[in-house]
Write a protein that binds this ligand. Structure first.
Ligand code: DQA
Length: 148
């Protein structure tokens, strides 16, 4: 099957600890569980997908820069705490011409007020919050459907 497109999934800081990190908020699935589900969905639909996690702002920015040049058509990003602090990640996403979907496992609007503002939302084409790991699947489904 020909690839329908390439998607980069970027997970920000502390998301490597999923499954054991405040599971009452973020769920019991590990990051590997989530990524495996996304790899499977992409494969079934003929899409290429790359899932990356970093605890470092600059590494997330470098991954966004690489996506500008390797045929990536969309970025699904959970910037984690950098959502609320990082003008640099917003600036990097503003240099990317494809679709950007922002995902949060928890409903950030139901939580502390510092989580209510997102720099990344100024660029995102879509935002999903509060659906747990299903949010990543909803994002990928939307990209696949939109491209059909
Ligand atoms: C998060 C929400 C952020 O406020 C938090 O800093 C995270 C995860 C989420 O997926 O719900 O690390 O992005």
């Amino acid at each position: 099957m020909m690839s329908a497109g390439k998607v980069l999934v970027l997970h920000g800081p502390n998301l490597n600890l999923l499954g054991t990190r405040q599971p009452e908020i973020y769920g019991y699935e590990t990051l590997e569980d989530i990524n495996n589900g996304l790899y499977e969905k992409a494969a079934v639909n003929g899409w290429d997908i790359e899932c990356r996690q970093s605890n470092h702002e600059g590494e997330l920015i470098d991954a966004i820069h690489a996506a500008r040049q390797d045929g990536t058509v969309a970025i699904i990003i959970n910037p984690a705490a950098y959502t609320h602090t990082s003008v640099a990640i917003l600036d990097a996403l503003n240099t990317f011409e494809g679709k950007v979907i922002e995902v949060h496992l928890s409903n950030v609007h139901k939580r502390e007020s510092f989580r209510h503002h997102s720099y990344v939302s100024l660029r995102a084409d879509g935002v999903i919050a509060g659906l747990g790991s299903q949010g990543y699947h909803a994002a990928l489904d939307a990209l696949i459907k939109t491209a059909e």
